[in-house]
Design a protein around this ligand. Structure first.
Ligand SMILES: Cc1cc2nc3c(=O)[nH]c(=O)nc-3n(C[C@H](O)[C@H](O)[C@H](O)COP(=O)(O)O)c2cc1C
Length: 179
């Protein structure tokens, strides 16, 4: 079966909750494999040609610890043929100058390794001072969700984003080499 690997980090569980929603509500059963970066290996990630990465921003514009620790492992993954979509969680009121920075940082890491990134998302509808995830062209580098201030928009944003990325992810998806 063709599969998409979804890897996430989380502190209080929101990013995991979104991962489960993507798996349960937006793809056929069995298509999405979910794994916490705490338990991930480079080999596991490398087994997928279609990937979704999700991260919250913590500290002051920082990665969650599990993702920070995992980053060096990304060097062992060949991203050149992979299609990757990214989503990030943040708090635009509490952290207006570091809004979803970890999403932007992760995007830089993945893009520099040659992956095809899909799923840019409009910045309209968010209010913030600065964000490393802002591409400067009216889009974020991936889906941005703010469960702290805009929880009611989450389902609609997710559905719209998934419909945009789904064809590219399913076209790239293969049977994983390892699972
Ligand atoms: C200690 C702490 C630091 C945070 N720092 C940031 C930040 O720098 N930028 C941001 O956009 N959101 C920040 N947030 C908001 C979280 O990213 C947001 O609450 C997110 O939904 C948490 O996801 P999780 O439950 O998967 O950990 C912070 C939250 C906490 C508790």
């Amino acid at each position: 079966m063709k599969k998409i690997g979804l890897f996430f980090a989380t502190d209080t569980g929101n990013t995991r909750k979104i991962a489960k929603k993507i798996q349960r509500d937006h793809f056929e059963e069995g298509v999405i494999d979910i794994c916490n970066f705490e338990k991930a290996t480079a080999e596991l990630i490398d087994g997928y040609e279609a990937l979704i990465f999700g991260t919250p921003t913590l500290g002051v514009g920082e990665y969650p610890q599990a993702l920070e620790h995992f980053l060096p492992e990304l060097d062992k993954v060949d991203f050149s043929s992979k299609v990757v979509a990214l989503y990030g969680l943040g708090d635009q009121e509490g952290y207006s100058s570091e809004f979803v920075d970890a999403l932007g940082m992760l995007h830089e890491e993945i893009e520099s390794r040659g992956a095809q990134i899909v799923g840019a998302w409009p910045t309209d509808g968010y209010e913030y001072e600065l964000s490393r995830a802002d591409l400067g062209d009216g889009n974020f580098c991936g889906l941005v969700l703010d469960l702290d201030n805009q929880a009611s928009l989450t389902d609609e944003r997710l559905a719209s984003w998934i419909s945009e990325i789904k064809p590219a992810l399913l076209a790239a998806a293969t049977e994983p080499v390892t699972s």
